[in-house]
Design a protein around this ligand. Structure first.
Ligand SMILES: NC(=O)c1ccc[n+]([C@@H]2O[C@H](COP(=O)([O-])OP(=O)(O)OC[C@H]3O[C@@H](n4cnc5c(N)ncnc54)[C@H](OP(=O)(O)O)[C@@H]3O)[C@@H](O)[C@H]2O)c1
Length: 254
């Protein structure tokens, strides 16, 4: 039987692939045999990530892209197709966290910035992706949502709204594009130690209040997203669409 999880000959794009969860997914995709492109704003971090992903095998490319710019996304997607030839899976993972501002003090600018990256960035990335995938009759779209999409997230209403919004987007795409062999799913991580969280996640109050509510007994790591990334990029998931897969060490069940 052929290896369902073998990504040899396939290509994947991971936005926000130079750090954290995106880097964990990109390394896993490369080690399963995929050619990988990563997008991020920080050029130095992009270069470092290309080196670390390359250690897992395959061709790896990076693009300096700010996904909150429509023009930048359109240009980078075309450039990505140029270097990879074809893109079978697109992980819209680039995102920014909330500043823990009380809702009553939240500025319009703060609200709009979170939406520009976490929501519009996903829209433009997936719009370019479906137009590439539709004539090829195959493709997997994956967005990094969050457990905050489904529970109250105080001082992060804007962040949680974007993470709930992208779930609605993948459900619509799953229905609209299923006939073209395109599937769309979301991953909802719980608390994961990354560049987004490392400043507060090991703080005394956070460890005391949040860690005991994780049945698995530890924070997540980027490696915890390796398996789901390979599964969703592979032929093993061809009939899996419109779903949100929670990976949180049991946090939501507590
Ligand atoms: N960590 C958690 O506990 C957690 C939980 C639930 C969901 N998530 C989600 O997981 C995803 C990845 O976050 P992470 O935790 O891995 O954080 P991270 O380590 O800070 O990584 C964020 C990534 O997104 C990129 N990025 C940020 N803004 C961007 C922009 N405007 N354009 C292009 N790239 C941009 C960053 O690269 P540059 O800075 O170089 O642009 C970086 O590669 C996010 O969507 C986040 O909301 C995280």
């Amino acid at each position: 039987m052929t290896d369902l999880f073998d990504l040899t000959g396939k290509s994947a794009l991971v936005t926000g692939g130079n750090n954290g969860i995106g880097l964990g997914m990109a390394e896993a995709l490369a080690s399963a045999g995929a050619a990988v492109a990563i997008w991020g704003r920080n050029s130095d971090r992009n270069k470092e990530a290309v080196e670390s992903i390359s250690a897992f095998g395959g061709d790896v490319f990076s693009f300096d892209v700010d996904v909150s710019s429509e023009e930048a996304v359109v240009e980078a997607f075309a450039g990505t197709v140029d270097v990879l030839g074809h893109v079978e899976s697109v992980f819209a993972n680039a995102g920014v966290g909330a500043l823990a501002t009380p809702f009553g003090e939240m500025t319009t600018q703060e609200w709009q910035h979170i939406f520009a990256v976490n929501m519009e960035g996903v829209f433009w990335t997936f719009r370019e992706a479906v137009n590439h995938m539709k004539p090829r009759r195959t493709g997997s779209l994956v967005v990094t949502s969050s457990v905050s999409a489904g529970v109250g997230f105080p001082r992060g209403e804007h962040y949680a709204a974007t993470k709930a919004g992208v779930i609605a987007v993948i459900k619509g795409i799953a229905v609209e594009y299923g006939r073209y062999g395109i599937r769309a799913n979301a991953i909802a991580p719980g608390w994961v130690v990354t560049g987004m969280t490392d400043e507060f996640i090991e703080g005394d109050r956070f460890v005391e209040n949040v860690k005991p509510r994780i049945p698995a007994g530890r924070w997540g790591t980027p490696r915890d997203f390796a398996g789901i990334a390979v599964y969703l990029a592979s032929d093993a998931s061809v009939w899996h669409t419109g779903d949100t897969i929670t990976i949180d060490g049991g946090y939501l069940q507590y």
